[in-house]
Design a protein around this ligand. Sequence first.
Ligand SMILES: Nc1ncnc2c1ncn2[C@@H]1O[C@H](COP(=O)(O)OP(=O)(O)OP(=O)(O)O)[C@@H](O)[C@H]1O
Ligand SMILES: [Mg+2]
Length: 237
Amino acid sequence: MSAMLEVKNIHCAYDGVPVIHGISLEVEEGELVAIIGANGAGKSTTMRTIAGLMHPVSGTISFMGEDISNMGASKTIKLGVSYVPEGRRLFSKLTVKENLELGAFATKDRKVINERLEEMYDLFSILKNRKDQIAETLSGGEQQMCAIARGLMSKPKLLLLDELSLGLQPSLVERVFEAVAEINKRGVTILLVEQMVQEALEIAKRGYVVQTGRIVHSGTSKELLCSEEVRKAYMGM
Ligand SMILES: Nc1ncnc2c1ncn2[C@@H]1O[C@H](COP(=O)(O)OP(=O)(O)OP(=O)(O)O)[C@@H](O)[C@H]1O
Ligand SMILES: [Mg+2]
């Protein structure tokens, strides 16, 4: 059996300038896997390429046995890959509910959309209380919850989360990560990118460390947390 997501030796470039130099990784169905690394290492580029927002120069990406390397994001989302980009990017003038509904754009069935909304309000009670609030007036943490919930409205099999902790105070980071662990428990496979290494590895089962476009370490979260190199380079220890 092959893994749900298989990234094999991808190379990526912007305007011909290479930034990813052969990344391979796998995510099994049901797993929660973290990609960690410093600024500019190529984490977001890897995520965008998996989501189909850009295509690898070489190498392949397969999802549930299907080659998605050159498939656009509008198709990968229909296959069950949902990407929550860095920086939340909500529709700032729309309400929480409207933002969530846009996440379910591929579904026309009102009943199904309402069921999913209820599921999201159950997962994030804060969004239920604020469903008619304009997104730009939410706090940073609330916006992040809204962005995750919007990503879940397409009922993904694989959820790609890019730098959820960015700009959040520590207590909110903890809450957001608890929500991510709960989403994974409910059956969604998750690949997340983080600079908060300790926190990310506490909820992830395994991790990959990216450095200047290459994977330099991989292992179980426990192994990475114990690795002196990882601790020195990414946890300031
Ligand atoms: N749109 C772009 N055009 C040109 N170069 C880009 C573009 N986006 C990213 N890069 C470059 O690609 C490299 C990898 O960037 P990427 O955003 O993937 O890093 P990252 O690991 O997500 O960093 P961060 O932790 O700061 O989000 C960097 O050198 C960056 O300058
Ligand atoms: Mg990034």
